[in-house]
Design a protein around this ligand. Structure first.
Ligand SMILES: [Zn+2]
Length: 306
């Protein structure tokens, strides 16, 4: 930095960072205002980068749409290895917003994927932490990105039916509901060779009568949720994280959307926070398979009716 003004400004900034006596070092030939202007000019100079205060962690914004979550530095907490049964009986129940279990088990669920960028990014985060989640996929998107569904299954996650075109099922006829579920079922079978065991209605909208017919015909219990961070409103990753951390209890089913980049941005802190609180992640079917008898009684008196 040969420019003498910059050199002075550098000295001034350095001194002002260290003590309040910096003003004593200002030569009388230059006013304080001159120094502040010089300092301002300097701060936009790349050579002055070390002088700038530590920038806040970057987040994805409209002006920074290429932002990607940085690679994980150092060890992250890991979900324990668990050889869990995922076969639950048909008699387990018709619909659930949570499951009574003995133990700190929770199910993390992601709706509306697969998404070509956000879902693989999320899968990386889950894999680093040995977490298995449940993805309620839209059949139409499965047809577009079958390889992502294959990877999701290969990495031990569960796929659930979220219909083919994401319509509000409570407004549809039985035959339309049947078609929405059957088309998604067939898309997932084509893409990844698996039969789904659970479904989640778009917007949580499914009448009790419809839940019973879906359960009888498809064998799907309706899976709602106990924690809703309203992440689809894009409140910012920090808000998504704090809502999930404050709302999650044992047996809980957490709703989130891998469709949204902000939700995925929130996941490292969310997942690590839940692991630090002692929660163990399982898939929805695993959670249903560990349901206790007490839960049967509770579900009978308090059906979820969203
Ligand atoms: Zn949805």
């Amino acid at each position: 930095m040969p420019n003498p003004l910059n050199t002075l400004a550098y000295r001034f900034l350095n001194a002002s960072l260290q003590s309040d006596s910096a003003a004593q070092e200002i030569p009388s030939s230059l006013s304080r205002r001159g120094f502040l202007l010089a300092a301002a000019a300097l701060s936009s100079c790349s050579a002055a980068a070390p002088l700038k205060p530590q920038a806040a962690a970057p987040v994805k914004t409209t002006s920074n749409s290429n932002y990607r979550t940085p690679a994980i530095q150092g060890p992250v907490p890991r979900n324990p290895d668990m050889a869990l049964n995922s076969d639950f009986p048909n008699s387990a129940g018709v619909s659930f917003s949570r499951v009574l279990v003995s133990g700190n088990f929770i199910a993390m669920t992601f709706d509306d994927g697969p998404h070509p960028q956000n879902t693989p990014r999320l899968l990386d985060m889950l894999r680093a932490r040995n977490i298995k989640a449940t993805f309620f996929v839209i059949g139409r998107s499965v047809d577009l990105y079958p390889q992502i569904v294959r990877r999701t299954v290969a990495e031990g996650h569960e796929i659930g039916n979220h219909t083919h075109t994401h319509r509000l099922l409570s407004k549809l006829s039985d035959s339309e509901v049947r078609l929405e579920l059957a088309r998604c079922r067939d898309s997932v079978a084509r893409a990844a060779g698996v039969q789904m065991r659970t479904m989640r209605p778009p917007y949580g909208g499914l009448l009790q009568r419809q839940r019973e017919f879906v359960h009888a015909e498809f064998g799907y219990p309706t899976i709602l949720w106990s924690v809703d961070p309203l992440d689809w409103k894009r409140p910012g990753p920090g808000v998504v994280t704090s809502r999930i951390l404050s709302g999650t209890t044992a047996g809980g089913i957490v709703l989130a959307h891998d469709l949204h980049a902000q939700t995925v941005d929130a996941m490292p802190a969310t997942l690590d926070g839940l692991l630090h609180r002692g929660f163990k992640f399982v898939t929805v079917s695993q959670l249903l398979a560990m349901k206790t008898d007490t839960a049967t009684a509770q579900a009978a008196v308090a059906p979820a009716n969203h």
